[in-house]
Design a protein around this ligand. Sequence first.
Ligand SMILES: Cc1cc2nc3c(=O)[nH]c(=O)nc-3n(C[C@H](O)[C@H](O)[C@H](O)COP(=O)(O)OP(=O)(O)OC[C@H]3O[C@@H](n4cnc5c(N)ncnc54)[C@H](O)[C@@H]3O)c2cc1C
Length: 646
Amino acid sequence: MAVRERLVVIGNGMVGLRVLDRMVAGGGLEKWDVTVFGAEPHPALDRVNLTDFLHGTSARQLELKGSDWYEKHEIKLHTGDPVVLVDREEKVVHSQSGKRVPYDRLVFATGSHAFRPEIPGGDLEGVYVYRSLSDLRRIRSRAAGCGSVLIIGGGLLGLEAAEAFIKLGLRTHVVERGSGLMSKQLPLEASRILQSRIQESGVVVHNAQTTESIERRGEELVVVFKSGTCVKVGMVVFATGIRPCDELARACGLEVGPRGGIQVNERLETSDPMVYAVGECAAFKGAPYGLVLPGYEMADVLAENLHGGAAVFREPDQSAILKLEKIEVAAVGEFQSECPSYSSEFNGTYRRISVLGGRIVGAIEIGGWTEISRVREVIRKRRRIWPWNINRFIEQGLLWRPQVTADPADWPETAEVCNCMGICKREIVAACREGASSVPDIAARTGASSVCGSCAPVVSRIIGAPQDVVVEPRGGFALGLVSLLCLLILVPIAAFEMPVSDSVQRVSKIESLWSDHFVKQVTGFALVGLSVLSMVLSLRKRIRRFSLGDFGHWRVLHAGIGVGTLLVLFLHTGLHLGHNLNFLLGVNFLLLAGIGGMAGLVTAVERSMIDPWGRWLRKGWQSFHVALTWPLPVLVFFHAFASYYY
Ligand SMILES: Cc1cc2nc3c(=O)[nH]c(=O)nc-3n(C[C@H](O)[C@H](O)[C@H](O)COP(=O)(O)OP(=O)(O)OC[C@H]3O[C@@H](n4cnc5c(N)ncnc54)[C@H](O)[C@@H]3O)c2cc1C
C-alpha cells in the first residue's frame, strides 16, 4: 500500500469542513492521512444558521456532518482540542491536550472571533458576543428572564440578532455608531428606509451613538452613550465585527495582511508553500473576507490543488444578504462602486443599480425585488443592459418588462399591467377594493384585459382570482382570415397596373371607373370615408368610454374596412399611383393595408407563439401601422386641393 501524505487541518468550521468534503467528492482523500483539530467541543456547525438555535433548533440539527461521516472517511477529528503551537521546522502541530501530530501539508481554517470593543463593563455578566454555539447558549438562557436586550452594532449580524430577540419577546434596542444601519453596504437613503422598516417590527434604533460604558445596577445593565443618554436593559450583545484568528500563524512566523489574516496567494499558499489558509482567517490581496461564500470558493480551489490540480482563487463575489423574515435586504456585486447609479423608491422599498459601460456592476435592494436573481446573473455574466431598461427602472423600479410568470404581487403600484388600455396595477387594486372580484369585473370597471386579453392572467394574479382565467378575445380566427385576404389582394395591386387605352374613344368600361370624373369623385370620397371610419374604430381600443360591443368583433370590422379600402383604391386609381404627392399617397395607402394585414395576422396567432416573441411582433407591426396613419390626412388634403384647384 502506498504511503499516504499527512494532512493536518486546524479548525473544524464551515470552510475547513468544506475542504474535506470537496476532497471526498473528488476522490482525493484516499492518498491523505487526515487529522483535524477543532477548538469547539462539537463537529462543524452551520454557523450561518446559528440563530435558529435561539428558536429551538438543536445543536445536533445544526451539525453539518455527524461524527460518523468523519469515521467513515478515516478522518481523525479532535474536537474541543485547539492547536496551541505550530513548529514549522519540525513540521509538527501541538494541541492543548498534548497531542503532537506531524504533517506534510498544513491547512489553517481557524476562522474569526467576534470583536469585543474595550469598553468599561464590556466583560460584565450578561454582556455577550454572538458567534459560537456556547455564546448562543448563554444568550438563550439569559433571554429567558431578562425582558430586554441592547445590541451594539447595526450591521448584518446585529440586525439578524435583533429580529431573533423580537421573536423571543424581548424589548430590543440596536445602537449604531455610524449615521445609518448596515452602513458598510447601504447608502444613507437606503439605511433610512431599512431603519423605518426595522422600527416597524418593534426594534428601537439609536443612530450615531458611541457606547462609553456598561454598568451594573442590581439585576440590570445600564449602557451609557458618549452623548450622555443611557439605556437600561437586561442583556447586552456585541455585534461589532470580527477579527481573523491569526495568532497561531503569527506565532509560527507566517506573514499576515495589513488588516490581519494570514496572507495567501491565488493558490491559497501562505508564505510557507507547505502551509495553506482558507476561510475567514485568510487574507487574499491583503483583505480577509467575513462571508462564507468566498471561504467556500477558497476551499474548492484548495481541495482541487491538493488533488494535483492547478486551480486559482480569484476575487470573489461579496454579495451580502440580510436574513430577516419580513424584510428582504441584499447588496450584490460591486454595490459600493463609485460609478453612476440609479435608484428607485416606493412603498417602503428601495432599489439601486450601479452601471459601468452599459453593464450593471452592483445592486442594492430593500423590501423585495423579484428581479434580484436575474440581476445577480447579469452582474456575474457581465451581460449588457440597454437605456430602455434603465428608463423602466427609474420609472417603475423594474429593469425588464414584467413576465406573467413573475409574481405580480411584487410589482410596484405604477407598473403597467394592460398595455392596450394603459392600466397600471394601482387602478386594478383600487377596483378590487371597490368590490371587483373577477377578471371580467376588472375589465368592466377599468378596461384592463378587455382588448387583446393577454394581461388577463396577470390581472387574475393581482386580484387573487383563480389562475386559469384566460380571456380569449373573440373573432381571432376571422381576424386572421381577413388579414390574410388583405395581404393576398395587396400583391396584385402593388405589382400590376391596369393597361391604358391608346384612344379616348376606346376607353373600356372598367377603365371609365378611374377616368370618369364623377366616379372618381365618388370613389375618392369613399376612400376618405373608409379611412376615417377605420380610424374611429381604433378609438374603441384607446378610449375607455367606448366600450360598446366586443372589441374582438370591432377588430375584425377594422380589418374588413382595410380590405374594402384596397378595393376602392383599385377603382379610384386603376392601380396607377401617379407621381409626386399622388404617388406618396398611394404608397401610404398600400403600406397601411399591408402592415395592418401583418399586424392582424400576428395578433390572430400570437397566443400560439413563444412569449415574448409573439407580443413583441404584434406590438412592432401595430406600432408601424399606427405610425403610417399620421401622414395620411396631410397627403389626402394636398391631393384633394390639387384635384379641385387645377
Ligand atoms: C450568527 C451568524 C450568522 C451568519 N450569517 C452569515 C450569512 O448569512 N452569510 C454569510 O456569508 N456569512 C454568515 N456568517 C459568517 C459565516 O458563518 C462565516 O463566514 C463562516 O462560518 C466562516 O467559516 P470559517 O470556517 O472560515 O470559520 P468558522 O466557521 O469560524 O470556523 C473556524 C473554526 O476554527 C476553530 N479554531 C480557531 N482556532 C483554532 C485552533 N487554534 N485550533 C483548532 N481550532 C481552532 C474555531 O473554534 C472554529 O470552530 C454568519 C456568522 C454568524 C456567527
